[in-house]
Write a protein that binds this ligand. Structure first.
Ligand code: NOJ
Length: 568
């Protein structure tokens, strides 16, 4: 059926898609590759987040986060895996920075674990100096290596005490606690950090944390939980932006933004007005939910209309979507120095009605749409992640037209693999990066103000409810080995070339990069294949040798005693 949709899609695409003012969709030829370079000073980076990479979950005075508690419950994460030790990034600052230097990164995006520096989440309780020291070291080492830190304040690891005491993001009191935490970060790190991100992907926190319960804290508050959590996160974001703006900006001269995720939604049939509207709704309920308040002061009209109408049909007196007062609207509007965009994939969208029934409503049924994928789209890894590079250009152009061409940093883009055996020759990842980065280059030519790009992620790491089964890293991490060694995948070589050329110089060179990258990865593969041997050798030196020595000494002593006795 998808195929039928697709055929009619392609047919109609040629005839009618020139309606958008700023972006001529007909010129968006999906097949062509654009050779050219990025503007001078374009920043190339890679990213990570605290819970996904640091490990050291209970070390040096760190408090518990909702993810520590969630992963320790059975049945929440694939194979009951946890981030307890993950990549041991907490102990590997220098090793990881040498990987970044190898890539010649301009920036590194990481997040601060709130409970690592404020164990209960409440600043007046206690500040953990050892946690502060860890981030101090990380920042100092990055700067010594001329790598700009881009720091996220909230990448999902809420202090557990705040969840237990107040219900986490369901409670408005989070706004002040988060503001205190952010203020502490500005005070202690702001002399060196010039790029701050308040929230990473609040969509996921709201929907997966409080609506479906797939993520921590695992609540299933269907139809209300996500909207409430989002409402409080938007207010918290605005407050922290104002704190930076009034108390720190003049002295520290940094920028502060938010990082939003968004899939692109393409109408299944672009000749069908209902599909066009459904696709628009898909993007508004995703990216627009957060971006519209931050840039325009209020939720997208279509969200207010749909959720309001459905709430009425359910017999509720007010909408399940909370409202902002007029003071709040003007306080929230314009609280974004730059917009972080996390983007991975695209969906085809068609209109589908979900009448309000006995089972009530949810975020998903509120949208009245269905998502489809083209079976020909490559999907090497995560179930949800199809490679659709042209969707990236469209999303970036959408941001430009909807929000007044803001400064954009791409804060996440990349692809995973799901493999039973180890594979460092990640040809498909090379293809993904090549095509997505190329679409971003086209978007810049369209006039979109993209200033930097962050490959997601530097290392393989804990992938939330999927555990370690999905690997997004440029570097492979051997999680079976307690030292968590890192090995470069072929994509390291390829990304490195894109960075050093600041784009794609010409066809011959670019094709050569791929060949060379694939050649070098086979030698890394051999290194990794030798790894069981290395672990075996470690066991020999750590266990077998000391045991044999002790036994020999004991036996010699017994033998000596025996000889002495016989003489007497
Ligand atoms: C977005 C999240 O911010 C990140 O933590 C995660 O690894 C990627 N999605 C991939 O699922």
């Amino acid at each position: 059926m998808v195929f039928v949709f697709r055929v009619c899609h392609v047919l109609v695409l040629v005839l009618c898609l020139s309606a958008a003012e700023d972006f001529d969709w007909t010129k968006n030829d999906r097949g062509s590759f654009y050779y050219g370079t990025f503007p001078a000073g374009f920043s190339w980076g890679a990213g990570s987040s605290a819970y996904q990479t640091e490990g050291a979950w209970d070390k040096d005075g760190k408090g518990l986060s909702i993810w520590d508690v969630f992963t320790h419950k059975k049945g929440k994460v694939q194979r009951n895996e946890t981030g307890d030790s993950s990549c041991e990034g907490y102990y590997k600052i220098k090793d990881d920075i040498s990987l970044m230097k190898e890539l010649k990164l301009n920036h590194y995006r990481f997040s601060i674990s709130w409970p690592r520096i404020i164990p209960t989440g409440i600043k007046s309780d206690h500040v953990n100096e050892k946690g502060i020291q860890y981030y101090d070291n990380l920042i100092d080492h990055l700067l010594e290596s001329k790598i700009t830190p881009i720091v996220t304040l909230y990448h999902w690891d809420l202090p557990q005490v705040l969840q237990e005491k107040y219900g986490g993001w369901q409670n408005i009191s989070m706004v002040n606690h988060f503001n205190d935490f952010a203020n502490l970060c500005f005070e202690r790190f702001g002399n060196r950090v010039k790029y701050w991100i308040t929230f990473n992907n609040p969509w996921s926190v709201a929907v997966e944390g409080y609506e479906t319960g797939e993520h921590a804290p695992g609540l299933k508050l269907r139809g209300t939980g996500a909207y409430r959590a989002a409402h409080h996160m938007i207010k918290a974001h605005a407050k922290v932006w104002h704190t930076y703006d009034t108390q720190w900006r003049a002295k520290q001269k940094g920028l502060i933004g938010i990082s939003l995720s968004g899939d692109w939604g393409e109408p299944v049939d672009i000749g069908n007005q209902k599909d066009i509207e459904a696709a628009e709704r898909y993007v508004q309920f995703y990216l627009g939910w957060f971006a519209t308040p931050v840039f325009h002061g209020d939720y997208p009209q279509v969200m207010k209309d749909f959720i309001g109408r459905k709430s009425g049909q359910q017999g509720l007196g007010t909408s399940r979507l909370p409202t902002f007062s007029s003071q709040e609207k003007s306080y929230i509007k314009g609280t974004c120095d730059f917009l972080g965009i996390g983007h991975f994939t695209t969906r085809y969208i068609t209109q589908k009605n979900y009448p309000v029934g006995r089972s009530g409503s949810s975020y998903f049924t509120d949208r009245d749409l269905a998502e489809l994928v083209d079976p020909r789209w490559p999907d090497p890894g995560s179930e949800w992640l199809y490679s659709v590079p042209w969707g990236f250009r469209r999303l970036l152009n959408f941001v430009k037209t909807q929000y007044g061409n803001p400064m954009i940093y791409v804060t996440e883009n990349g692809v995973s693999e799901k493999m039973l055996c180890t594979e460092l020759c990640d040809d498909w990842r090379i293809q993904y990066y090549k095509d997505y980065i190329n679409e971003m280059l086209k978007a810049i030519k369209d006039g979109v103000n993209v200033r930097g790009y962050t490959a997601w992620s530097l290392l393989d790491k804990f992938e939330w409810d999927e555990g370690y089964s999905e690997r997004f890293g440029l570097y492979y991490v051997d999680f079976r080995n307690k030292n968590k060694p890192r090995y470069p995948k072929a994509s390291v070589q390829y990304y490195k070339r894109i960075i050093s050329s600041n784009g794609f110089p010409n066809q011959r060179e670019v094709e050569n990069w791929r060949k060379k990258a694939i050649e070098t990865c086979s030698s890394s593969n051999q290194l990794l294949a030798a790894d069981p041997l290395t672990s075996h050798m470690e066991m020999v030196t750590e266990i077998v040798v000391p045991t044999v020595c002790t036994l020999s000494i004991l036996l010699s002593a017994i033998f000596l005693m025996f000889l002495l006795r016989r003489r007497n």
